[in-house]
Write a new protein. Structure first.
Length: 726
């Protein structure tokens, strides 16, 4: 091995090299206290990634404890690779969402592709067969050439990996807003199915049991990736392109199949994906969970090139790798399996009872670290938030040119059809997709049964910015509405908390208040949090993203019979269920006309939300309702246009409200299509499915367009932007 001349312990201290790795003076001092001496170069590198925000949640951990994590259906909550929720008949659904924001900003194709690969491995490492992928994306406006470049790269990366590995991408959501210029958000979610008796844990225990490495050979890609994801983007980010990992979906598929076979072998003790912080996090976390120690012999690690140092091996985030602990004496069975699957593998260590992570290379000791402090004693910071000054509310847009507003909104990429994006994803592979990307959640049949899993992902960042506490409630409520609109009973949720720097008082307040609201909504809507991820420091020197908590939620459809045909037809009645209030803060009409987000209180009644949602769901399943469509961005009139476009059916709507309220984005409201006579509290008939025109009348406002014009505006918005030339 070509020796890299590492800085000495004295160099690290005197030159403050730990700061370049993301550690503060106080954190360095804590490392010295834990070790009882100054750390060497490999050791300080290991602490820096394990104590990064991405791995330790040191600013967000105080808020995560608010979330309800248990429930009647919850089999496994946060703490493992993904959450597990019971669906009956000895089966369960496994799901999680993760961010890959910083890598996607620097290298959009690989950043997105490896985000998909990483979340798939999280699900597979639990022992589950993936059945669906989802994604939540945020970009700046497509009038900017760089944002178009980022969108192309991210969408190609998601499709390139997901399509190749053979998992359908069944749902997603995309928003475009100037707050995400140069800071795209790429959140990937995966859902899998598993039998109860196959659920795995990432645990290392049993003295003498062997540690087995499998997957791609370790290279230098992704070194300090976890630290990179825990700092703001800057002019230097482009220079950190080596921090972005390279995905290999074909090896990923082989690794997925081999892992699922390995899980059937009784000698398997524990398994974990080598994700963020690579071999460091997987080995130390498995040892900590097993109350054990681990000794690794790094000269046994398969490497892509000569001269990779122990420091680089431990911090590399090379993709498509798993770490297993297997019973002593059984290791050759696993090596033979992986060899048959044409995967590199090796025995690289063993479990001990000394509670230490010991790293050897050619008999030299490179690291000696107590496991529990490394994994469990990262510093936790409780900072002081600052509430923003409340703005004056604007509750009236009736004097605006509302026809022009309508045309602008349905021609904006946020409200427009996402077919340009979703058509690049394979959403039918596996042949169990019932409802695919395009309008509402994905629905995937549980093979061999009449059950199906409904899955959605959603975020409402402008609401959270306007009112963090109530906006946090609305993010959860919107995912709940999406799930019940498919006739499914919500089972649980996963979250990805995307924010700017928590060290800024106003952003810390956003994180504090929004998670408080989310936790309250989780309880009221009976959707416990079973997994999640935090992504902070999504900002540059000049701007931060909007606070963007994203919710992934799954629900169970007991019998898919009622979904076997689309029931919308000419003559059906259209109802508004709810109340269009003067709630414009965070809305799209506010963005279009005022170009700002007013910080004022948004109203939401969680008791009403749950009662109304469950009632509508039950009526949909029983056949009394033909379609449920929760209102969202753009309000009632945009939702009506999207429905007309999706089903290619005309609408004739007459509603006696002030015209601008058609653009209100108040909570708990739905468009419902039924055969007629919908007699429930809060429901008002507003029109019919009729003809080939889109007609909407309100007080002092009406629109009358051919359906073809509506379709052209919605379907053409993104392709037109993407073909534009600056």
């Amino acid at each position: 091995m070509t020796q890299f001349v590492e800085p000495t312990e004295t160099d690290i201290k005197e030159q403050e090299l730990y700061k370049e790795m993301g550690l503060t003076d106080a954190e360095y001092d804590k490392v010295v206290s834990i070790l009882g001496r100054q750390p060497n170069y490999t050791e300080i590198g290991i602490f820096s990634v394990m104590w990064s925000e991405h791995c330790s949640y040191k600013h967000s951990k105080p808020f995560l404890g608010q979330f309800p994590t248990s429930g009647e259906q919850v089999l496994m909550g946060p703490g493992e690779g993904a959450g597990v929720v019971d669906i009956g008949d000895n089966q369960a659904v496994v799901f999680k969402v993760e961010s890959h924001n910083h890598p996607s900003a620097v290298e959009p194709y690989q950043g997105a592709a490896t985000g998909v690969g990483g979340i798939v491995r999280d699900i597979v490492s639990m022992g589950a067969q993936p059945i669906g992928l989802l994604n939540s994306l945020r970009f700046g406006e497509l009038t900017n050439r760089n944002n178009r470049r980022l969108l192309r790269g991210v969408v190609s990366g998601i499709g390139g990996y997901g399509n190749s590995i053979g998992i359908p991408t069944v749902s997603g959501e995309v928003e475009f807003d100037p707050f995400y210029d140069t800071n795209p958000l790429v959140n990937a979610m995966c859902v899998g199915l598993i039998d109860h008796d196959k659920i795995q844990k990432g645990t290392a225990k049993g003295v003498g049991n062997k540690v087995v490495y499998v997957g791609l050979k370790t290279g230098r890609d992704g070194i300090h990736g976890a630290s990179f994801a825990s700092e703001e983007l800057s002019e230097d980010s482009e220079a950190k392109r080596p921090s972005v990992q390279i995905g290999d979906p074909f090896t990923g598929r082989k690794l997925m199949e081999a892992t699922l076979k390995a899980i059937d072998m009784p000698e398997l003790v524990g398994i974990q994906d080598m994700g963020a912080a690579g071999l460091t996090s997987s080995s130390s976390e498995m040892a900590a969970k097993g109350d054990s120690g681990i000794t690794l012999y790094l000269d046994k690690v398969p490497t892509r090139e000569d001269g990779i140092s122990p420091y680089e091996m431990m911090l590399s985030e090379t993709q498509e790798r798993m770490l297993l602990v297997v019973e002593d004496g059984s290791e050759n069975k696993f090596l033979d399996l992986f060899d048959d699957m044409e995967l590199d593998s090796a025995v690289i260590g063993e479990v001990t009872d000394n509670d230490r992570l010991l790293l050897y290379y050619e008999e030299d000791l490179y690291a000696d670290i107590p496991v529990q402090p490394l994994s469990e004693e990262a510093p936790v910071y409780i900072l002081e938030g600052q509430e923003p000054k409340e703005d004056a509310e604007r509750g009236d847009y009736s004097n605006e040119d509302l026809d022009a507003v309508f045309k602008s909104l349905i021609s904006h990429p946020t409200m427009a059809s996402k077919d340009f994006i979703f058509e690049q994803y394979d959403n039918q592979v596996g042949a169990n997709t019932i409802q695919k990307s395009g309008f509402g959640p994905g629905i995937v049949r549980v093979e061999g049964t009449n059950k199906a899993i409904s899955m959605t992902i959603d975020g409402k960042s402008r609401y959270v910015y306007a009112d963090p506490y109530n906006g946090g409630k609305e993010v959860v409520a919107q995912a709940f509405r999406n799930i019940i609109a498919t006739g499914a009973t919500p089972l649980g949720m996963t979250d990805c908390l995307n924010y700017g720097s928590p060290e800024k008082p106003e952003i810390y307040n956003q994180l504090d208040e929004s998670t408080k609201g989310m936790a309250e909504a989780c309880r009221a809507l009976q959707t416990p949090v079973v997994s999640g991820n935090v992504s902070l420091y999504n900002e540059t020197k000049t701007a931060s993203i909007l606070p963007t908590p994203v919710i992934g939620m799954v629900g169970l459809i007991e019998d898919i019979e009622f979904l076997k045909s689309d029931k919308l037809s000419e003559g059906d009645s259209v109802y508004l269920v709810g109340d269009l209030k003067k709630q414009f803060q965070g809305s799209q009409i506010e963005k279009l006309i005022d170009g700002e987000i007013r910080k004022t209180v948004r109203e939401i009644d969680l008791e009403l939300e749950y009662k109304r949602g469950i009632l509508l769901k039950d009526m949909f399943v029983s056949g009394d309702i033909h379609k449920i469509a929760p209102l969202g961005r753009g309000g009632l009139i945009v939702k009506l246009a999207q429905l007309a476009n999706h089903y290619n059916l005309g609408m004739d709507i007459d509603i006696d409200v002030r015209g601008d309220l058609l653009f209100s984005e108040s909570a708990s409201n739905y468009v419902v299509v039924a055969p007629g006579g919908l007699n429930i509290e809060g429901a008002a008939e507003i029109g019919k499915i009729s003809g080939n025109a889109f007609k909407v009348s309100a007080q002092n406002f009406n629109v009358d367009y051919d359906l073809e014009e509506i379709n052209a505006a919605l379907k053409g918005a993104i392709p037109e932007c993407m073909s534009s030339v600056d």
